[in-house]
Design a protein. Structure first.
Length: 411
């Protein structure tokens, strides 16, 4: 068979997606495999087993990133890397991240079956803690891999449940010894579900991702005073619960006023003591701000800071912020995005250029090598939700585009 005629085995890809989705399965078809949990370990064990069955040389680095290497005919050549993550948010879908990893394994198995060798080695990577929902920032594993966070700092990150990253990583047995930055890639291509509405709404199969928006995460802590809900006049309150609500409302207003694709989310709130008849003494909320334009993102951050200062003054509370993540917008490699579109066209799939609204490991890899992403549609644009779905034909289309883009890069 000519390499150009090669296609992935869609049934096999679906079977692996289904098997991995059973690890940490939750109601509604989704997954809970939060980073460095027992479920994350079980998912890693499954994927590492598949890597070994496919003949890949498996290595793990000190932040738990996993690499499966398929040798090339030129042992000196830098490898072409693909991959993604298998950790999920607590109420995650079955495709976010998993498709990129298992799509990579499917490419390897298709090449093995066809007896096709590539000049450059191929590496399938599984990056640790892409979600960052337990151990912020997001993309922590790939950030450390590219040298954007010192190892000691990564290991000392504390989770929202009070555990140290290094301790949890050792506990699940994935504190590896391969040097950080191992297998420095010639190029990186990541297959992922869009997680947004664009491809589904337009009926287009393949997105060639050319840029990705900047991300600003902060935790906001409000300290007021608890008091009796019945006896305390409104003018004498220092109400952290009210402040939490006001911050949530402000974020929605800010996004509306700024327009232009600015998005703002308050995704987490905790109140203390969290009782019906007690004015809350403390609140912790999160602010997730994103924009493709760095200056606009900075403007959103400034406006949030000004609002918090006014609110603290008006309510007589203390408001402090802690930075959880900050990444500037990223432009991917235009030549790679062109190649993705060229392969999509040759394979007969509709395609378009697009932006990524979500964060991805590819944005970290773009710091050290040419990188780009292949998107496939998310039905209804639903993601970070157990109902996340992509049609089997679209999963297969994405894996076929990944196959041929990798083949070209590795030749
Ligand atoms: C990571 O998945 C993010 O975009 O929040
Ligand atoms: Mn993802
Ligand atoms: Mn995600």
């Amino acid at each position: 068979m000519k390499p150009a005629d090669l296609r992935i085995d869609a049934g096999r890809l679906l079977r692996r997606l289904e098997a991995l989705a059973q690890v940490g399965a939750i109601e509604g078809g989704g997954c809970c495999r939060v980073a460095l949990s027992d479920e994350d370990k079980a998912g890693r064990d499954l994927v590492c087993g598949w890597m070994r069955e496919l003949g890949l040389a498996v290595s793990v680095d000190p932040v738990g990133n996993i690499f499966g290497l398929r040798a090339g005919t030129d042992a000196q050549a830098a490898p072409v890397m693909t991959g993604s993550h298998i950790d999920t948010v607590r109420t995650g879908g079955r495709y976010d991240g998993n498709l990129g990893v298992l799509g990579g394994l499917e490419v390897v198995e298709s090449l093995n079956d066809a007896g096709l060798a590539t000049r450059r080695p191929l590496v399938v990577a599984v990056f640790t803690d892409e979600e960052g929902a337990r151990f912020p920032p997001d993309m922590l594993g790939s950030l450390a891999y590219v040298g954007g966070m010192p190892l000691a700092e990564a290991l000392d990150v504390v989770s929202i449940d009070g555990r140290r990253f290094g301790d949890e990583l050792a506990r699940i047995g994935y504190a590896g010894s391969a040097p950080l930055g191992t297998h420095k890639p010639h190029a990186y291509i990541e297959l992922h579900v869009e997680q947004g509405p664009v491809l589904d709404a337009e009926g287009i199969t393949i997105g060639a991702v050319e840029d990705l928006q900047g991300i600003s995460w902060q935790e906001v802590s409000v300290t007021g005073q608890s008091n009796h809900a019945g006896t305390t006049p409104m003018r004498l309150r220092h109400d952290a619960g009210y402040c939490a609500a006001a911050i949530g409302t402000f974020l929605r207003t800010l996004a509306g006023e700024m327009g232009g694709g600015q998005v703002c989310t308050m995704g987490a709130v905790t109140l203390h003591p969290n009782l019906i008849n007690v004015v809350a003494a403390r609140a912790k909320v999160t602010a997730d701000l994103r924009n493709t334009d760095e200056l606009r993102l900075q403007e959103a951050e400034r406006r949030l800071a000004a609002f918090l200062a006014e609110l603290a003054q008006a309510e007589g509370v203390k408001i402090e912020t802690r930075r959880l993540a900050r990444f500037e917008p990223v432009r991917f490699d235009a030549g790679l995005a062109d190649a993705i579109e060229r392969h999509a066209a040759r394979l007969g799939y509709t395609h378009r250029r697009m932006t990524s609204g979500a964060g991805h490991d590819a944005q970290m890899l773009a710091r050290i090598c040419p990188a780009a992403m292949v998107f496939v549609p998310s039905v209804g644009g639903i993601s970070h939700n157990p109902a996340e779905h992509t049609e089997p034909a679209d999963l297969a289309a994405g894996a076929n585009v990944l196959l041929h883009t990798l083949l070209e890069l590795a030749s």
